[in-house]
Design a protein. Structure first.
Length: 464
């Protein structure tokens, strides 16, 4: 009789190995191979499979009602979720330690419970006394949130299923939950995956909205197997720098709403406060006339957002010029500098270059190229840019400026905040809304507009 052998599966890529090894040959991941029990026997010794049942097939034109939403009362949180939590959905929130994940979840549950709904908060990391102290500090002690402290998934499911099904269940955090069905230690990949599957299955069958808090690794990814992110319906990252009081909740996966949507919060002494108009805060005080600052009209999901790009071009103190970037891609900065030198004849390659996005934001949109180039040219020439002007557009290696999507939405946001001019790529169309458009086709035109002449008297935008 054939014997079934144990299988060793990589938790990162799913590759199956005959024996355990420290490194997966398929994805080159270290310490990702875990034994997952005996394989199903095949051949004559295999157990006959049960006969499957038929199910109905439908066409693509089947019309169904939109899913109902459970609004928590935190507008920025509901915005990122797509308008509220969907019954039976599972949502995973990740972020660095101390960024405010537990604070955000507790505030959302308290606001939802105060509206007359049921919410359960299960803490696996902190004692209930610690959670109560945080709630009292934020003024939420009177909120009718059911609080519990447990780490065994069987105990949690037995407790929440004993009475009426709660509307929202929060688990803080999923890395502390374990199941008695496995002998592995709590926090291991097998435990996290199995516990998450049991919780998500309960949410799907009962109709409760499930919120899971997850730890992140040093690379910024949610700790544990990737299967957890595939199990849930939405994955949100809570971002923020310790030196800044702004926090950004960003959706990277959402089956019931748009991805790349953001919600902006401000960390205060009494918890997280919503920022309804983040553009005004990220721009800050713009009364200074110093060169090297340009306003970028960007998009984060469906939300237009104005942010300030700051640049400093200084003489190199050593033989090798230095490049320092905060909030932007360093490789893209190197490309912009090379194109400015080759296509506009600026000659900045021998200078130290520093680039910063004000407010602690991180820009990943190619349309920020034009604003970064304008800030660099302004700092290099010593000439300040107009304070009432915004920039957006993508720069190609040929030096041409390419159009950016949803230009009308960007310009409407600029007009709302008092900007009267915009430097945009050629071909940008916009209905009259009080913003004067300056259309440019290449970097030579940008250098002539933003820099004029250098301090040595050389005209910018002309290759000598």
């Amino acid at each position: 009789m054939a014997k079934s052998s144990a299988s060793f599966v990589c938790q990162a890529c799913g590759a199956v190995h005959n024996k355990w090894s420290g490194r997966c040959d398929a994805c080159a991941g270290w310490n990702t191979i875990v034994e997952e029990g005996a394989a199903i026997p095949a051949g004559a010794t295999a157990r006959p499979r049960a006969k499957g049942r038929r199910f109905a097939l439908e066409d693509l034109k089947t019309i169904e009602d939109a899913p109902m939403r459970r609004a928590t009362g935190i507008a920025e949180f509901d915005r990122v979720c797509g308008g509220g939590l969907v019954p039976g959905s599972a949502l995973l929130v990740g972020g660095d330690p101390g960024v405010g994940k537990s604070t955000l979840i507790l505030q959302a549950l308290a606001a939802y419970a105060k509206a007359g709904h049921s919410a359960v908060y299960i803490s696996g990391e902190e004692a209930m006394a610690q959670v109560r102290l945080r709630a009292a500090r934020m003024g939420l002690a009177d909120a009718p949130v059911a609080l519990g402290s447990a780490t065994c998934v069987e105990d949690i499911l037995s407790t929440v299923s004993a009475g009426k099904t709660p509307d929202i269940i929060a688990i803080d955090s999923i890395q502390t939950i374990w199941t008695s069905a496995l002998e592995a230690a709590p926090g291991t990949i097998a435990q996290v995956r199995t516990a998450s599957f049991d919780l998500v299955r309960y949410a799907k069958s009962s109709g409760a909205a499930l919120l899971l808090v997850g730890h992140v690794t040093k690379d910024g990814q949610i700790a544990g197997p990737k299967a957890v992110e595939h199990l849930v319906d939405a994955v949100l990252y809570f971002e923020g720098e310790r030196g800044h009081h702004f926090r950004i909740l960003r959706a990277v996966k959402n089956r019931f709403g748009p991805t790349d949507e953001i919600g902006v919060f401000e960390m205060t002494g009494s918890g997280l406060a919503e920022v309804a108009n983040p553009s005004a805060l990220f721009l800050g005080d713009r009364n200074s006339t110093s060169p090297g600052a340009a306003v970028f009209a960007g998009l984060e999901g469906t939300r237009p957002l104005l942010m300030e790009v700051q640049a400093l071009v200084a003489a190199a103190g050593y033989g090798t010029p230095r490049r320092a970037v905060v909030g932007w891609d360093s490789g893209r900065l190197a490309m912009i500098l090379a194109v400015l030198d080759a296509r506009a004849g600026l000659g900045m390659s021998g200078h130290d270059v520093y680039l910063n996005v004000a407010g602690g934001l991180k820009i990943g949109e190619p349309a920020a190229d034009l604003a970064a180039a304008a800030a660099l040219v302004s700092s290099f020439s010593g000439r300040a840019l107009p304070k009432d002007c915004v920039f957006f557009g993508e720069i190609s290696l040929s030096g041409d400026v390419r159009p950016a999507p949803q230009a009308e939405l960007r310009l409407k946001e600029a007009a709302k905040l008092g900007f009267r001019r915009a430097v945009v790529p050629v071909g940008t169309k916009m209905e009259p809304n009080g913003v004067e458009l300056r259309q440019i086709g290449n970097l030579a035109e940008l250098a002539a507009f933003a820099g004029g002449t250098t301090q040595s008297g050389r005209r910018l935008g002309v290759v000598e």
